[in-house]
Design a protein around this ligand. Sequence first.
Ligand code: ZN
Length: 203
Amino acid sequence: MTTTSQLAEAGSDFYRRGWVLGTSGNFSAIETHWPLRIAITLSGASKGELREADFLIVDQAGRVEGGKGRPSAETALHLAIYETMPRAAAVLHTHSIWSTLLSERHGDEGKLVIQGYEMLKGLEGVSTHEHVEAVPILANSQNYVELSRDVRGVLAEFPDAHGFLLRRHGLYTWGADVAQARRHVEIFEFLFEAVGRSASLSI
Ligand SMILES: [Zn+2]
């Protein structure tokens, strides 16, 4: 299975779960490391029914191979993650209800801290529910060049992070391959919902 068909399969699953409604979210995976070339979803593509033609190849500077088509507006953020997190080979970005709500609720603190949940063990390298996962929260912006600088800064500050939130916007997470990145989305979405519902139930 090619990486783009794995991304397409993840997209249809996420769409059904309500994490990439409309044409929201974007996905990418490394095609070649040297030089860095990534496959990334086309701007405006519905993530529920991605086809091969909905992906573009982009280089380290964000230039589209072949010069045709417009990549996702958030391409600069994907590139910032690949540059800063050496183990990342796939990046998945979703817009779920719980990530949107929690990023606002904890936005002023600059991070969401999650601990004590068994499901934390689904994050790569985590072996105990006692793990403390700090998910940085960045202010949202439509200036993706500036935002990509903020992403580099926050990932240097949180080198062990498995993902970050953009305030009132959504989640970015990554993995050593598409399967691992997809697992991280599922784990984070479970944790966000657990944290969010606990807060609403005051438990
Ligand atoms: Zn987005």
